[in-house]
Design a protein around this ligand. Structure first.
Ligand SMILES: *Cc1c(COP(=O)(O)O)cnc(C)c1O
Length: 360
């Protein structure tokens, strides 16, 4: 039994070195005689894990002092509600709809106020990012919301929208730590970690300090207030300790590899192997506009659902798994997150070439 190349969109592949290390520490974490998941979240050993993870993330992302890092639960989807509950002072927010996750966030915000769809790419099945240089931003909008990398459709913002001075809030679940970002451009950057950082169950929220207040919508539960968690360094209640521990190991792995600029170079090289192949293939076609391509999620089709199914099946037999496209979209999708090695993408392209030769 060996490890396969796992192209799943999430939960997704993690660095083998991290899994190895976690395995070695499973029964006895560094002389404590117990596993991290059995440990009090108030213990010295856990406190060190927690605070090192925060410090390493700050260093990796170059997070300014006036931003807090929070480890929360409830998946990225809970943020769809938590954001309006905490930020919608005027009960108005502008959403840019570039895929199903942005759309879900937009729908959720409608429960709390007036959410405006100021741009959308739904007219072409979300295969592009709309021009966001001069949007009809609402004068009283509390924030402008984007999903920065669209996991399902494989598009990404290569430039951030012009929010005309409004606060920018971004879901970066599927591009977290894949390249450097300028945190100062955002009010909130958040993501579920199960795409690119760690195990499902942990959400990281990076939030500007002035947005952490008691001035939230009436009825906002204690657990859904950023202030609750910020005041307690994400230890108000039991945090997802094991998930944070694994995220911390991934942060150290990223630092060893040269940080986010090095990851961007690696991810660009990796993605271009696949995109270059798609661009010359007679059988496989990328489905999104070239200028808006994601580095992390690469959807493609043959145009023939039977051939797609055959491809997915044969790929699986070769240890190239989870290449099926999102259930509502069909075709194929290769998610090539940080932990997917170059060799995995090379193996995929070799197999695609071989499949095309045999079936073309
Ligand atoms: C997967 C995903 C979500 C949903 O995450 P959950 O943790 O399952 O709630 C939200 N946004 C993006 C961009 C995603 O990729």
């Amino acid at each position: 039994m060996g490890r396969i190349y796992n192209f799943s969109a999430g939960p997704a592949t993690l660095p083998e070195a991290v899994l190895q290390e976690a395995a070695e520490e499973m029964l006895d974490y560094r002389g404590t005689g117990m596993s991290v998941m059995e440990m009090s979240h108030r213990s010295k050993a856990y406190e060190t894990i927690h605070n090192e993870a925060i410090a390493d993330l700050r260093e990796l992302m170059n997070i300014p002092d006036n931003y807090k890092v929070l480890f929360l639960q409830g998946g990225a989807s809970t943020q769809f509600a938590m954001i309006p509950m905490n930020l919608m002072k005027n009960r108005v927010a502008d959403y840019i709809i570039t895929g199903q996750w942005a759309k879900k966030a937009y729908k959720e915000a409608q429960l709390y106020g007036k959410a405006n769809a100021v741009a959308s790419s739904e007219d072409k099945m979300f295969t592009y990012i709309p021009d966001c240089s001069d949007l009809p931003i609402s004068p009283d909008a509390d924030y402008v919301y984007i999903c920065q990398n669209n996991t399902v459709f494989g598009t990404k913002y290569h430039t951030l929208p012009n929010t005309k001075g409004k606060l920018l809030v971004a879901d970066v679940s599927s591009c977290f730590l894949s390249e450097p970002i300028d945190v100062t451009q955002y009010g909130i950057v958040y993501g579920g970690v199960q795409k690119n950082v760690g195990p499902a169950g942990t959400v990281i929220v990076i939030i500007r300090e002035d947005l952490i207040t008691d001035d939230v919508l009436p009825g906002t539960p204690t657990m859904l207030r950023y202030k609750t968690h910020a005041d307690a360094n994400s230890l108000y209640n039991t945090p997802p300790t094991y998930g944070i521990y694994i995220c911390g190991k991934v942060f150290k792995w990223l630092k060893q590899r040269g940080g986010l600029a090095a990851m961007r170079d690696y991810n660009e090289k990796k993605a271009s192997i696949l995109y270059d192949y798609l661009d010359q293939s007679q059988m496989f076609k990328g489905t999104v506009e070239k200028k808006d391509r994601s580095l992390m999620n690469v959807p493609f089709v043959t145009g023939n659902p039977e051939l797609d199914a055959k491809f997915i099946q044969e790929a699986k037999e070769r240890g190239l798994e989870n290449l099926k496209g999102y259930r509502t979209v069909g075709g194929m999708r290769a998610s090539i997150y940080n932990a997917m090695p170059m060799d995995g993408v090379i193996a995929l392209v070799e197999f695609m070439r071989d499949f095309e030769r045999r079936n073309g």
